[in-house]
Design a protein around this ligand. Structure first.
Ligand code: SF4
Length: 336
């Protein structure tokens, strides 16, 4: 099936991609046609050229602070460590106290990153007060750029408050636009609430970050999800995560998604959205293999913001040295 894409069809799709003219059929032709290595290299090169032309080759490094709010979903998502029956695994995502969060911010600020993403769980009832308290406190500690990623857990009032405080982007991971796939993977979550939240952020004039997951449904469903970014013209950041089975979770026995397929999706996303910040999503504590992918994602058109420091309740990962080395070897300048 994969290799049935003719050279002619692949080249025509690549030409359309170079003009950002990527519909679902084009995206599928590129994905399936790039099953051959020489074609995937051509796809990656085209995406990298589009990235260079629109964003250049300067890389910014960010830090992610997990988890600034408790996830109240019941049941937890089937791939998330919170759904693990093993306490040593589910504890990886224990929420930080305010004091621990501030200590984490001081730690990452000392590392020379450009921005901090405050990452928390989903509370469909709202995490407004907690998040405002945290942002106010963090602002007393650092003037680094801040973003928040707590799903659809905030009221319109708080989203407007974040806008006035210069917090951007506001993330809400769509994961998949396919309602059936979403429901299966995230039985305690609500896709409609996520889409409504993203619309509300745009209505408030805010910028959006989005994460889609490779490994939840079919390739077609994944590419449709990536292209659904067009529904949200205020999107500035788009990340592709790669499903990796976590011990003790309902999906512990599921086959992992391949990093190479994520790279192909990343390259197609770059062609479709030339000016966005696009990259693989880090899931550091659960899947350290992603660190090895920095050079690969830059070669596939990713950039120009990468997570270099990850702070969890019981783990701190400083990957800045490795990322800087890979970026410089790839011909990038790293912003200081
Ligand atoms: S919403 Fe996020 S934190 Fe909550 S269970 Fe799902 S993946 Fe885990």
């Amino acid at each position: 099936m994969r290799n049935r894409v003719s050279d002619r069809a692949f080249e025509a799709a690549l030409d359309r991609g170079r003009s950002a003219d990527v519909d679902l059929a084009t995206a599928l032709t590129l994905f399936r046609g790039a099953g051959r290595r020489n074609r995937s290299e051509r796809l990656f090169r085209a995406a990298a050229e589009v990235r260079d032309a629109n964003l250049g080759r300067t890389l910014k490094l960010t830090a992610h602070l997990h988890m600034v709010t408790r996830c109240e979903l019941s049941a937890s998502c089937k791939y998330c460590s919170l759904s693990s029956t093993l306490p040593s695994v589910s504890d990886e995502r224990s929420p930080l106290t305010l004091r621990e969060a501030v200590q984490g911010v001081r730690f990452v600020a000392s590392k020379g990153v450009d921005s901090i993403v405050l990452v928390g769980g989903t509370d469909l009832e709202g995490s407004d007060a907690q998040l405002r308290r945290l942002v106010t406190r963090v602002r007393e500690v650092t003037d680094l750029d801040l973003a928040v990623d707590v799903g659809p857990s905030l009221s319109e009032r708080t989203v407007r408050w974040l806008g006035r405080a210069g917090i951007s982007p506001i993330y809400c991971s769509m994961e998949t636009i396919d309602a059936g796939v979403f429901q299966n993977a995230k039985p305690g979550d609500n896709l409609a609430a996520r889409l409504r939240f993203m619309e509300m952020v745009e209505r408030c004039g805010g910028q959006l970050g989005n994460i889609v997951m490779n490994g939840l449904g079919t390739t077609e469903s994944l590419l449709r999800t990536v292209l659904a970014t067009r529904r949200f013209p205020h999107t500035t950041h788009l990340h592709i995560s790669t499903f990796h089975p976590v011990a003790g979770t309902p999906w512990a026995g599921r086959r992992p998604a391949s990093l190479r397929s994520s790279l192909k999706v990343l390259a197609i996303a770059r062609l479709a959205f030339p000016t966005l910040q696009i990259g693989l999503a880090e899931v550091g504590v659960e899947n350290p293999r992603e660190l090895t992918s920095v050079a690969s994602q830059l070669a596939a058109g990713g950039g120009n913001t990468l997570a270099g420091v990850l702070v969890y309740k019981r783990a701190r990962m400083d990957n800045l040295g490795s990322i800087r080395a890979q970026a410089i070897a790839s011909g990038f300048t790293v912003a200081e």
